[in-house]
Design a protein around this ligand. Structure first.
Ligand code: PGA
Length: 242
């Protein structure tokens, strides 16, 4: 595990964007595993800036996103498909045919999860997986207690996650979907490189627990300690308990 200390959110975003940028430059047809949430937004902004300056070319890149709410259409403003287009894909030259997310409208969970795992397999696996971390240690929608050996699967969201995400649904938890399709821990661990970003004092306890505590399914991100090429980029606040 490599730990990169950043001063603040902007610095964290730039350092993480540098790692993604290096991946795209070294392997223009790479597969990027991408994440939603508030933490990666600054990374996407930085990558867009470098793209606009002519420093990055995403035309051969394939993306596979971590997760999607089950039941939401792509056009829904709360879908992760929408989030990724708004914050990243609409601003770069990625080929729309190479953008992959689980399809929330396919309610046949078994079929959809198989389809998504087949895509990841067909594109040759993930070269670099970007992750955020939830306050309970979740990565993607792999909540505490998630089995380490799962590929893409359908999860029931925990009440805490619904509570944390209702800010995106006009604060109304009734509007938050109750299930999601997510890459599993096995899928994430099979990525050649993993990059996790965290910022803010509120993330300090979970950063300490996940990366300096025992490896346990109760803290899903803790398994990343075992990944052969795992980089953690945090601002000073997120590292303040270490
Ligand atoms: P956040 O979410 O980036 O909005 O803090 C992280 C996560 O839940 O994975």
């Amino acid at each position: 595990m490599k730990i990169i200390r950043a001063t603040d959110y902007k610095d964290m975003s730039r350092k993480a964007a540098n790692i993604i940028s290096a991946q795209v430059i070294m392997k223009p047809n790479c597969v990027l595993g991408l994440a939603t949430g508030s933490t990666p937004v600054g990374i996407y902004e930085q990558l867009i800036d470098w793209y606009n300056k002519g420093d990055l070319d995403f035309s051969e890149v394939t993306s596979v996103n971590l997760d999607e709410y089950r039941g939401l259409r792509r056009e829904d403003p709360q879908s992760y498909w929408h989030f990724m287009h708004e914050h990243f894909f609409d601003h770069i030259n990625i080929d729309p045919d190479r953008i992959n997310l689980p399809d929330g409208t396919n309610l046949d969970a078994e079929e959809e999860c198989r389809r998504y795992d087949d895509i990841i397999h067909a594109v040759g696996g993930v070269d670099l997986q970007l992750l955020g971390i939830g306050h309970d240690g979740h990565i993607g929608f792999n909540e505490p207690g998630a089995a380490f050996e799962l590929g893409t699967h359908c999860v029931d969201l925990k009440p805490e996650t619904i509570e944390a995400n209702k800010r995106f649904f006009d604060g109304n938890e009734d509007l938050v979907p109750k299930q999601a399709y997510t890459m599993g821990i096995k899928t994430i661990m099979q990525a050649r490189k993993v990059l996790l970003v965290a910022n803010g004092k509120d993330k300090a306890p979970i950063v300490k627990q996940a990366f300096f505590g025992p490896v346990t399914p109760e803290v899903p991100a803790s398994i990343l300690q075992m990944h052969p090429d795992f980089t953690l980029v945090c601002d000073a606040d997120a590292l303040s308990l270490l």
